[in-house]
Design a binder for this molecule. Structure first.
Ligand code: PLP
Length: 227
């Protein structure tokens, strides 16, 4: 039987190999363990094994687990409704899926009310898929223009979920283009911090690392298939 510790070792080894291939350092990569559908007991085990950052997609599910566990650093990676902004601010350190101005304003308002500074990434819908949240690249600059007015949000970079491909190689172009958008927007908005790129999941995170990912979101490779 493969243990969680074995799986973590294997993921870390894959991270290191991708970093070696691309001349990067493994410390530059933040591993976010995606724990949707996982019961709290498995989460406690993950904490014991040294995982520190966790990603959840659904507010209700996350609330139950986070309030029970009271540990870890939590990233929200699902679609966030504005009426859940208040609870999201309470539970999460980073919202990776900010995709509209009205949501930014509501998160900022709630963060201010609770005296907290919330980290955010802008979700980019590079392929313009209807099934996914995120803004098409041409609408991102309007949010970047507004970002300095968000007193209680700290913009850290970009996030993307490219079209699903079973093999990693076809996704490379989307990872590469997100990196290129980052460069373009960073030079156009030099006072903003767009340094973080969240891209890559269990089956393609090596490719994402080779193309500049700083945050990878990994579920099945750590915990097995969700079924
Ligand atoms: C579920 C999920 C992941 C993790 O996917 P795996 O293939 O299990 O690694 C990563 N990112 C998002 C946004 C997800 O919803």
């Amino acid at each position: 039987m493969e243990t969680l510790a074995d799986r973590i070792d294997r993921v870390n080894e894959r991270i290191q190999q991708a970093c070696r291939r691309s001349g990067r350092k493994a410390q530059e990569i933040l591993l976010v363990a995606v724990t949707k559908t996982l019961p709290a007991e498995r989460l406690l085990e993950a904490l014991t094994e040294g995982l520190t950052h966790f990603g959840e997609n659904y507010i209700q599910e996350a609330k139950q687990k986070i309030e029970q566990i009271h540990q870890g650093t939590w990233h929200f990676i699902g679609h966030l409704q504005s009426n859940k902004a208040k609870i999201a601010v309470k539970l999460f350190s980073m919202i990776e899926t900010l995709d509209r101005l009205s949501l930014a304003e509501e998160l900022n308002r709630q963060a201010e009310l609770s005296g907290k500074v919330l980290e955010v990434l802008l979700q980019v819908n590079e392929a313009g898929e209807d099934s996914k949240s995120g803004l098409p690249p041409d609408q991102i600059p309007s949010l970047l223009e507004a970002a300095p007015s968000w007193s209680h949000l700290r913009l850290r970079g970009l996030m993307a979920i490219p079209p699903y491909e079973p093999d990693p190689e076809p996704s490379r172009r989307w990872f590469r283009s997100l990196y290129q958008w980052q460069g373009k927007w960073q030079s156009r908005f030099p006072d903003l911090d767009l340094s973080q790129l969240s891209m890559g999941m269990s089956h393609d995170f090596e490719t994402a690392i080779e193309e500049g990912a700083t945050i990878i979101r990994v579920g099945t490779a750590l915990f097995g298939s969700r079924s």
